[in-house]
Design a protein around this ligand. Structure first.
Ligand code: ADP
Ligand code: MG
Length: 701
């Protein structure tokens, strides 16, 4: 056979063939031998550890037992047909149950022989059993590849299993592949990095990740592969950032002009926080370098990101440019527009709103004013990125709640001027450091880590269903003081019907507890016509109703400083970041605000942790870290569409330290060799060229 290498198509591997190749491609995106070798086990069974039957209990994830098969019988009829074995050691006996491959197992297993079994114990009527255990003749041990003590387990699917590609089948392929290409596996990292970070060579790592000899070796291998994965992600991100500044000139805002100063000195109704000042300064410096700015502003709910955006836009206007700000929903865009217009006051600059519901006539006027340059600032929704919207000279773009926009939409705004405008993106809630470094690693990051002075931290308490009367009593007290109350119900697509019933039942009891004419209630949910929704919201905003019952539609956009109580029903069903966002709806005025988390008595471990976290802290950054830990990076809002997070081995929730190490080493490399010219860095250039990244900046140039 000709020389095979990592880039050889998978069908050329012995034992694969066209059909297996097809499922491997479809199910696991394995196209080449290299892809196969990078398909790592997701866990390992420690084959050195044995349990006695008496020690087995259903909380074990898996257990390995050495014993003797003393009986084997078929039981049940038709669909319930199964093979039941009795397995015994010197401490007791248990059942082994198989529903599949019954005939084959009957033929191949021998009653009376010693076996090693592995599987997850379950308990039924006090009897321990394992369903579909892995089973292997005891004296067959030495035949195992390399006498492994850590046995890899690969994720497989039903389809793969039909082609014998279960964990064992995949392992066999790995072995065949390694036997053939092992000597052709090249190193991916420069030697100096290996020695500096104590990393084992790639070739060795790839062999051992599939066939580890012991735990210590495995740990070293995993560290090496994690480092490499994170290192190359960072290398790509930071190289892109660097190319950006080299490739794109930026509009230079070299003066702080009249509008900025007038606003700052005589219109701004409050002193800026230190953090706000710092971020405004960072933006001023950035926009005066002659390079294009790409900056992410992270700040908690209520930390005052909007005014920072406004001042940046004024800076653009002062320097003869236009600016725009894009928000994900119409409610939010409208609220920004109204708020900013009021903050700006009269005669400072022109500002308009463009959304899906802007009339054709008004739209035409806006288009014209933008092209003529008489409109300074445009606020809007996705409507902003339409091709019809052309600016005379856009110099600054703000994207609020970045996570709701895809990369492509960001790119469209870039193209609105021959020299791309400066970009400021703002997140709705903080995201953890490791995520920010990965998702936005090509941006500069500013953090507003301080709330405006005088805000009282929101008091959060957790109540169970049976304490509801106390909650009603508390609501009544607050309403008597003139405050308003939100009550939020979960509404989740999968259980929408049940949720709506819940909402209705809740509403009914509320109407009894808080009867007309003393109390008035607004109701808002996603199924209502927009007109009715607006009407109900407005009644609450104007203070005509004291209670607002809602599904999560209020998560974004409502700003009622007089509302001081947020009651969240079935709070255990909300994610942490959602809870934090909801809580952020109160605490906007001068009064002490409260967040009441209602839940059933039965809480999952995770649910309890979420509620405890909410009670313990108001800090969005802290909450984001716990959220990441609980849910993993793929489930954090807004990360789904990002391919960067599809990692093979690294885990952003756990590998903070390796990530920091990898990122720092990339930064150091670029500081010493900005264009990667050094001979020892050619290995990196090759790697980057081979695996072309799908990254925005490259696509649009
Ligand atoms: P977010 O960061 O969540 O977008 P906003 O920009 O909407 O927060 O600000 C929340 C509220 O705080 C607004 O009503 C805003 O006017 C007010 N605000 C912003 N900065 C300050 C400040 N430095 N002092 C007092 N109030 C402020
Ligand atoms: Mg905001």
């Amino acid at each position: 056979m000709a020389d095979l290498s990592l880039i050889t198509p998978i069908e050329y591997l012995k034992g694969v063939g066209p059909q297996k190749a097809d499922v491997l491609k479809k199910e696991l995106q394995i196209f080449t031998i290299g892809d196969l070798l990078q398909y790592y086990p997701f866990r390992y069974i420690d084959r050195t550890k044995f349990h006695k039957i008496r020690q087995l209990h259903p909380d074990l994830i898996g257990a390995q037992v050495l014993g003797r098969l003393i009986q084997l019988q078929e039981a049940g009829e038709k669909k319930a047909k199964r093979l039941v074995g009795i397995f015994k050691d010197d401490t007791g006996s248990m059942e082994l149950v198989w529903f599949q491959s019954v005939q084959w197992l009957k033929k191949s297993l021998t009653v009376g022989s010693a076996y090693i079994i592995y599987g997850k114990p379950t308990e039924f009527n006090g009897q321990i059993s394992i369903t579909h255990p892995e089973i292997e003749l005891y004296n067959n041990q030495e035949k195992k590849i390399g006498n492994m003590t850590m046995q890899p387990v690969y994720y497989s699917t039903e389809k793969l299993k039909k082609f014998n590609l279960d964990t064992k089948g995949i392992q066999r392929l790995q072995q065949t592949a390694l036997e053939i290409v092992y000597k052709n596996i090249p190193e991916t990292l420069p030697d100096y990095l290996l020695s500096k970070h104590g990393l084992i060579p790639y070739q060795k790592a790839i062999l051992s990740i599939h066939f580890p000899q012991n735990v210590n070796e495995l740990n070293a291998v995993i560290r090496r592969l994690k480092f490499e994965e994170l290192f190359f992600i960072q290398l790509r991100l930071l190289r892109n950032k660097q190319l950006n500044t080299q490739k794109y000139k930026g509009h230079r805002f070299d003066k702080v002009g009249e509008k900025f100063n007038t606003f700052f000195n005589s219109r701004l109704p409050f002193p800026l926080t230190k953090a706000q000042k710092r971020v405004v300064r960072e933006i001023r410096i950035d926009t005066n370098t002659g390079a294009q700015m790409n900056r992410l502003v992270q700040g908690d709910v209520g930390s005052g990101k909007t005014v920072v955006a406004l001042m940046s836009m004024l800076l653009a206007v002062d320097n003869g440019y236009q600016a725009c700000m894009m928000a994900p929903t119409e409610i939010l865009a409208t609220q920004h527009y109204n708020g900013l217009k009021e903050l700006l006051g009269k005669n400072l600059c022109t500002i308009k709103l463009l959304t899906g519901s802007t009339t054709t006539k008004e739209r035409r006027i806006i288009h014209q004013e933008l092209e003529e340059g008489t409109l300074d600032i445009l606020i809007g929704t996705h409507a902003l990125i339409e091709d019809k919207v052309k600016f005379k000279n856009i110099g600054f773009v703000v994207i609020d709640e970045q996570h709701r926009f895809g990369v492509e939409q960001r790119a469209k705004l870039w193209r609105k001027n021959t020299i791309p405008p400066h970009m400021l993106v703002m997140t709705a809630t903080p995201i953890p450091r490791t995520l920010a470094m990965t998702l936005y690693g090509d941006l500069d990051i500013s953090i507003i880590d301080e709330l405006p002075a005088g805000r009282k931290p929101i008091k959060t308490v957790h109540f169970f269903e049976n304490q509801r009367l106390r909650v009603f009593g508390f609501m009544r007290e607050e309403i008597t003081k003139g405050r308003q109350v939100y009550i939020v119900y979960p509404l989740i697509k999968e259980s929408e019907k049940m949720d709506l019933l819940n909402l209705e039942a809740g509403l009914e009891s509320l109407q009894k507890e808080f009867p007309l004419p003393n109390y008035k209630i607004s109701i808002v949910h996603g199924k209502m016509p927009v007109k009715d929704k607006d009407f109900e919201m407005q009644r609450f905003v104007k203070g005509e109703t004291q209670i607002m019952v809602a599904t999560t539609v209020i998560e974004v956009g409502v700003n009622v400083p007089n509302a001081s109580v947020m009651v969240i029903e079935n709070s255990e069903r909300f994610g942490l970041s959602q809870l934090h966002q909801l809580r952020g709806r109160v605490g906007r005025g001068a009064e002490q605000s409260f967040c009441i988390l209602m839940s059933g008595n039965k809480l999952s471990k995770e649910g309890r942790r979420r509620l405890e976290t909410m009670v313990q802290t108001n800090d969005g950054f802290e909450i984001a870290e716990v959220d990441l830990e609980l849910r993993g990076p793929g489930d954090i809002s807004g990360t789904q569409q990002s391919g960067v997070l599809d990692m093979k081995i690294a885990d952003l929730a756990k590998d903070q330290q390796i990530l920091a190490e990898a990122r720092n080493s990339v930064i150091e490399i670029f500081s010493q060799d900005p264009t990667l010219q050094a001979p020892e860095n050619q290995i990196l250039v090759n790697y980057l060229n081979q695996r072309s990244p799908a990254i925005l900046w490259d696509k649009i140039s």
